[in-house]
Design a binder for this molecule. Structure first.
Ligand code: 6PG
Length: 250
């Protein structure tokens, strides 16, 4: 576990999302005051939806939307109109309700039937936006992540090829158990961020969370264990249910 890991245990999911929203607003305003812009990569799945709703409602006034640039850490290999699309989830929960310029939104082109080509195109988008030199890695201000009951994060699933990737920024990762490709940031991108925040809620994640945070297990089996920013913060926002098996519950 990296030196600057914070485990924030909140009593309820609502408190978890409120605390995470506070951190997003804090990080956004700090980034804009120090660097003129805020770059954030979003996670998919079900957990962050309530956070996005909150940012689009209560925190609407607090975020510098015109200086905020949205990316995705992973995407399902489906068009943006598909019910499984992470882009669609965020569009409906937040982006359609806030004054963010369309040019600030960089979704993964997952409608491309060629998943590898879609990953390559998104890597090009990252390299252009962050003006990276060859071999450079983008440094996001904040990357939001979730964790699956199997310990996967972004679309880095246990035992999959993407876990070995050392130079690519975005890959099409074949996930045998889902019989599909997923588009995903690689570990070099996750671990180059200024801050990575996990949002983990519910008892179905408790055993895995204990293994990831407190037990010796391989990152190959529990990819969330491999997230450790080299020069940045790692924050776990977890609710009491997800923390129920941790030795430190508060
Ligand atoms: C995705 C996600 C994935 C997610 C976990 C947790 O596309 O599914 O990015 O990594 O964060 O699967 O999902 P839940 O929040 O739905 O439990």
């Amino acid at each position: 576990m990296s030196a600057s890991t914070e485990i924030r245990v909140l009593t309820t999911p609502q408190e978890l999302f409120a605390a995470a929203a506070e951190e997003v607003v804090r990080a956004a305003n700090e980034a804009v005051s120090q660097r003129g812009r805020f770059t954030i990569a979003l996670s998919g799945g079900s957990t962050p939806k309530s956070l996005f709703n909150l940012l689009a409602s209560n925190a609407k006034a607090a975020l510098p939307w015109d200086r905020t640039f949205f990316f995705w850490g992973d995407e399902r290999h489906v068009p943006p109109t598909d019910p499984d699309s992470n882009y669609r989830m965020v569009e409906e929960a937040m982006l359609s309700k806030v004054p963010v310029p369309p040019g600030n939104i960089f979704r993964m082109p997952a409608e491309n039937p060629d998943a590898a080509a879609a990953a390559e195109a998104y890597e090009k988008t990252l390299r252009k936006f962050f003006q990276l030199e060859a071999g450079g890695v983008p440094r996001f201000d904040l990357i939001l992540l979730g964790m699956g009951p199997d310990g996967h994060t972004a679309s880095l699933f246990p035992g999959t090829a993407a876990l070995q990737e050392k130079s690519r920024l975005v890959v099409a990762n074949w996930v045998e158990k889902l019989k599909t490709h997923r588009l995903s940031f690689t570990l070099p991108v996750l671990n180059a961020a200024r801050c990575v925040a996990f949002l983990v809620s519910g008892t179905d994640k408790a055993a895995t969370l204990k293994t990831v945070l407190e037990e010796k297990a391989s990152g190959e089996q529990y990819p969330s264990k491999l997230v450790s920013p080299t020069d940045g913060r790692l924050i776990w926002f977890v609710d009491r249910a997800a923390a129920s098996e941790l030795s430190t519950k508060s």
